[in-house]
Design a protein around this ligand. Sequence first.
Ligand code: 5GP
Ligand code: MN
Length: 315
Amino acid sequence: MLITFQEAAQKLKAANKILITAHIQPDGDAIGSTLAAMQMLRSMGKTVQAFIDDTVRRNLHALPHFEEIRRPVEGEKFDADLLLVLDTSPDRIGNVPKLTAAPILNIDHHVTNTGEGYDLYVEKKAAATCELVFKLARELGAEITPEIATCIYTGIATDTGFFQFSNTRAETLAIASELINCGVSPHFISEQMEKKTLAEVCGLCDALNSLKIYFDGKVAGMTLNYETVKKFDSTEGFIDEIRVIDTVDVAFLLTEKAPNVCRVSMRSKGVDVSKIAAKLGGGGHIRAAGCTLYKNLADAEKILVSAIENALITY
Ligand code: 5GP
Ligand code: MN
């Protein structure tokens, strides 16, 4: 069920023991919003624990209080009166729902999140879930410490490609400006986020070597097989290297995470890739979306390219 911002704030105020989580394959906005909300709600005297049911790429370990995030253990229970789900619908949080039967409060900015079966405050124009956590902090009168501001800024910066993507609004920059006044150091965050291991840079070479161009240059795609992908921690940013090709509308990166498990990342300059992803069982935003295809790499590529072709025809 869709709820208002005030109702979401009220539910947070009323809760005493809160479990916070965000999506698997977590990005800067997932971890940033989780850590910011955790600190904010603790400062209001609540008992709060954050759980993420996945590994987290190394760059994000630099965020304040990152070490306090836990991964659920088989059979574990957590005593909570609210389950706060950030930056995703509750179907992408791994085994976290097994920890508690507490009611869900979902706060998100994804167009594909409909809120059926749980309380959802969604603001589709928000550049990041972290923008919504910022607004909640203001609404609830919580102090935005330098540590909280750092987490929020990281989520906004990473979800906007450091204030370059079409989701960057005047309000996004106004919030970023306020966060700098709260003590954020933008260069520290960008240096942490851009770091890559040597293996990742070599992996980017492998990805670029796999580049294929389809449909008169409108689509560009890269594929990485399991043998290559298992050598490094993250493919963050790889897709941006081909999104920039002048003729390209849709760019994709297909990575074989395990045998017959292929992750799809898509970026677009016009076509609504959230619809393509949703048709394939995933979701996301108009210009950035993803899904998982339970196929081998060659079959996954065929399915994906054909879905993109259909979207191009109807665009
Ligand atoms: P990325 O390509 O960076 O992994 O994801 C792009 C956007 O699509 C992000 O906002 C991410 O949350 C969303 N997304 C990626 N994969 C999935 C998926 O499997 N399901 C849903 N619902 N959203 C996804
Ligand atoms: Mn986000």
